[in-house]
Write a protein that binds this ligand. Structure first.
Ligand code: BJW
Ligand code: ZN
Length: 235
C-alpha cells in the first residue's frame, strides 16, 4: 500500500468498472467496441428492452457470459487480490462489473453492485439459478423449473436499484481512501461515490487511460492502463 500512503487505521474503498477487464479482452460499454450488433447498452440493459424482446436480451447476456468465461484475469485484478491479502477487512471491493475476473484473480470478497452474469432469477417466484450447468442448457430463453415463468439475468438494468446500496454507503462512510479504477463516471449512483467521498474529505484516486467524467472529484489521477499502474502503485 506504499504509494497509496495507507496507515494502520486507514480503510480503503475500491470501485472498479469495465476498464479493469479491458486488458483481459472484454469490451467496455462506451467508446470503441461499445456496440453489440448495432445496439447501445441502453437498448439491451433495461427492463423495457426485456419486456419488448426477452430473447434478444438473453442472447446478449449469453454472448457476454461466453466472452467472460473465455477471458482470464489480468495483473490489475491480481494486484487488488494481493492488496486484499495484506489488508484484510480494511479493504472493501465494490465492482460494477458482472464478470467474475476479480474472484478468479484471487479476491475473496467482492460486491457486484450491478449483479452477475452467472446468476439468474425467475421473474415471478424470484427463484435464483447459480448453477453454471444451467447456462449450458439455456442457450435460448430458459423458464423456471418451479413455476414456468421466464428466467431473467440477475443484472441491474437502467432504472433498477443497484444491489446492497446500504452496505456500500456504510463502507463509504467508514473509509479514509477511495480508489477508482477503469470506469467512465457516467453511470449513477456509482459515479457519485467519489463525489460523496470528496465532500467528506476522503483521499480520492483514479486510475485509467483517460479522465473520467467526474474527474473534478479526484485528488489524484493516474493516467494509464490498469495493468501498468496498479501492480507498481499497490506493491
Ligand atoms: C481502462 C482501460 C484500461 C479502458 N485500464 N481503464 C440522469 C442523471 C443522473 C442519473 C440518471 C439520469 N438518467 C438516468 C439516471 C440513472 C441511471 C444513469 O446513471 N444513467 C446515466 C446513463 C445518465 N442509473 C440507473 O438507472 C441505476 N439505477 C439507479 O439510479 O437507481 C436509482 C437509485 C438512486 C439512488 C441510489 C440508488 C439507486 C442503475 C444503473 C445500472 C447500470 N447497468 C449497466 C448494465 C448492466 C450490466 C451489464 O450488462 O454489464 O452496468 S450499464 C453499464 O454501465 C454497466 C456498467 O457497470 C456501467 C458503468 O460502465 P463503466 O464500467 O464505467 O464502463 P464504461 O465503458 O463507461 O467506461 C470504461 C472506462 O474504462 C473508460 O473510462 C476507459 O477510459 C477505461 N479504460 N481501458 C483502465 N486498460
Ligand atoms: Zn419461478
Amino acid at each position: 500500500m506504499s504509494e497509496l500512503g495507507l496507515g494502520e487505521n486507514d480503510r480503503l474503498f475500491i470501485l472498479t468498472g469495465a476498464g479493469i477487464s479491458a486488458e483481459s479482452g472484454l469490451a467496455t460499454f462506451r467508446g470503441s467496441g461499445g456496440l453489440w450488433n448495432g445496439y447501445r447498452v441502453e437498448q439491451v440493459a433495461t427492463p423495457e428492452a426485456w419486456e419488448a424482446d426477452p430473447e434478444l436480451v438473453w442472447r446478449f447476456y449469453s454472448m457476454r457470459r461466453r466472452d467472460a468465461m473465455a477471458a482470464e484475469p489480468n495483473a490489475a485484478h491480481r494486484a487488488l487480490a494481493a492488496l486484499e491479502q495484506k489488508s484484510g477487512d480494511r479493504l472493501y471491493l465494490c465492482t460494477q462489473n458482472v464478470d467474475d475476473l476479480h474472484e478468479r484473480g484471487g479476491s475473496q470478497r467482492v460486491h457486484h453492485m450491478h449483479g452477475s452474469l452467472f446468476e439468474s432469477r425467475c421473474v415471478r417466484c424470484q427463484e435464483r439459478f447459480t448453477d453454471r450447468a444451467f447456462y449450458e442448457k439455456a442457450a435460448a430463453l430458459p423458464v423456471c423449473a418451479t413455476c414456468g415463468a421466464p428466467v431473467r439475468p440477475h443484472i441491474v438494468w437502467f432504472g433498477e436499484i443497484p444491489l446492497n446500496m446500504e452496505e456500500i454507503y456504510a463502507h463509504l462512510a467508514t473509509s479514509t481512501h477511495v480508489l477508482v479504477v477503469g470506469t467512465s463516471g457516467s453511470v449513477y449512483p456509482a459515479a457519485g461515490f467519489v463525489q460523496i467521498a470528496n465532500q467528506r474529505g476522503l483521499k480520492t484516486i483514479y486510475v485509467g487511460p483517460e479522465e473520467p467524467l467526474n474527474a473534478e472529484a479526484f485528488d489524484t489521477i493516474f493516467l494509464g492502463n490498469a495493468t501498468e499502474v496498479l501492480p507498481s502503485f499497490l506493491r
